[in-house]
Design a protein around this ligand. Structure first.
Ligand SMILES: N[C@@H](CCC(=O)N[C@@H](CS)C(=O)NCC(=O)O)C(=O)O
Length: 210
């Protein structure tokens, strides 16, 4: 088994935090080269994106959460996808929301703004995908809305999907740190997000994958 990764990229980091929480170590290959993925990885990759897990029989699994679900089935404890139907559904709801409205919103700003991604406004395409400056503005609005809604949820809960740490926290903290790296701020009034972010930042799995 081998995990293809790209140092500092937010989606591979979701798997890196998950592995650290489980205390698992698996062979890793770095396939980033500057702001690109290496051509020999791209030639074999399912979606031309990382993270991607290659099994010993050659099967390749893309998508951070698909990889985490596979690892959770093999190594159930500690349970990061919930252990009863209600908690599992809430974790899935919040995790999906944190990806769609958090990670993707920051990516909208990041990829449409940075000169290094000119012509690659979207990941995973062989075609040129031009940067659209208006998406920087819209993405900035989306990220603010993400933090505001996350703040309302964290006002009543220790963690994103309730009282226990889960994959929803992993995706949310990767979205948050990605936002900070993109020079977007946690709004000053989102004190619950700041409290949760400070707590998570001290967690070893989060700290060592920074
Ligand atoms: N939804 C996917 C997103 C994967 C993704 O977009 N990965 C980025 C790195 S964070 C990537 O591979 N980008 C390739 C590129 O920029 O060419 C997942 O959860 O794994």
């Amino acid at each position: 088994v081998k995990l293809y990764t790209w140092k500092h990229a937010p989606n591979p980091r979701r798997v890196a935090i998950f592995l650290a929480e489980k205390g698992l170590e698996i062979p890793v290959e770095e396939v980033g080269e500057g702001a690109q993925l290496k051509p020999d990885f791209l030639a074999k990759s399912v979606h031309r994106r990382v993270p991607e897990l290659e099994l010993d029989d050659g099967t390749r699994i893309g998508e951070a959460m698909a990889i985490c679900r596979y690892l959770e089935a093999l190594h159930p404890n500690p349970r990061l996808f919930g252990d009863d139907p209600k908690h599992a559904a809430l974790i899935e709801m919040w995790e999906r929301w944190c990806e769609a409205d958090g990670v993707f919103a920051v990516a909208e700003v990041f990829r449409n703004k940075l000169p290094a991604f000119a012509g690659r406004g979207l990941s995973g395409y062989t075609e040129t995908t031009h940067q659209i400056p208006a998406l920087v503005e819209r993405g900035t609005l989306r990220v603010r809305a993400f933090f505001e809604r996350l703040d309302r949820q964290l006002a009543g809960h220790k963690y994103v999907a309730g009282e226990r740490f889960s994959v929803a926290d992993i995706t949310a903290v990767c979205a948050t740190d990605f936002a900070l790296r993109t020079k977007l701020q946690i709004p000053a009034e989102c004190a619950n997000v700041s409290r949760w972010h400070a707590e998570l930042s001290a967690r070893p799995s989060v700290a060592i994958t920074r």
